[in-house]
Design a protein around this ligand. Sequence first.
Ligand code: ADP
Ligand code: MG
Length: 346
Amino acid sequence: MLNLSYRKAAASILMAALLLASGCTTNTQDSGSEPVSATGFMLDTVITVTLYDGLSNDTLDGALGVVSKYEQLLSKTIEGSDVWNINHARGKPTVVNEDTANVINTALKYSELCGGAFDITIGPASNLWDFKSSTPKVPDADELAAAISHVDYTKVQVEGSTVTLLDPEAEIDLGAIAKGYIADKVVEYLASRGVSSAIVNLGGNVYAMGSKGGNDWTVGLQDPFKRRETPIAAVKLKNKSVVTSGIYERFFKTEDGTFYHHILDPKTGCSVSNGLASVTIISDKSIDGDALTTSCFVLGLEEGMKLVESLEGVEAIFIDDNEQAFMTDGIGGENGIPYLTTDDLG
Ligand code: ADP
Ligand code: MG
């Protein structure tokens, strides 16, 4: 395993190479049929599905339908969704769809793995923040303290398809894991329709399905400090999920210049401030990537890296406030794929 100081050096080289590469657009289309894509606004974000084979508008509509179906179950704001029902049951058992129970069980597994850094009962705290407001406010300290007293994933009980919040004031928020689960479901659906080459992008939660005409996909990683669609680097891979959580997704700055963003420390209910700017996870299943990006972000570089390295088939790229990148060993060459590249930045 390469140590972090080596990784720092590697990152500097990466940044230098990136400067050289800036201005070149080398993404190319496959020869043959043009890809087709559909875009919608769901899950509070922009959803795009692009097919590179099995081109069919019905399949695209079906894929967006899959997103909508799961949003109806997993959203905390849609009245009558499973999550809404759990949150409004005042501690009574709620019967939910099997998918909802699956997502919650996976979330609880990650909470255990990271000692509560990831916690879907963040609801009472996340409700106090509005990152979309034109006049965003920092919640009152007392309110936040009261909210976090109800953040405790061990109070979520799942028995088969019945979910009970043992603390009636607790509230589930699947914002850090639902997109990953749904991305996996869209990929399953596309496979069932005979598609073997597609990009599923749920607001930056990307699944690069199959290959691009036998070649690797190139997935750009957002530069946390630049405007949207500005990559800091890219990964080349086949049939993998690439998920990033970062300070740039939803944030605001107060008049005194303090920066707040939407990844919260369950211990404080406040934005995590630990020197990290983003965490990217590459994995086979997007649900794992989604849960792990948030988990690792909250854990911080050292603990997050340890967690990822303890897991099979998961690679990570952490970018800190100084734009330095820290990567797991599987990235950067030895195994070939996935690897970080600066050659194909568009
Ligand atoms: P994105 O929504 O940009 O993909 P994340 O996957 O990191 O980013 O999810 C952030 C969302 O998850 C927040 O908006 C909030 O709803 C919820 N959340 C924030 N902090 C935590 C946490 N520590 N554990 C679980 N969920 C969280
Ligand atoms: Mg996440």
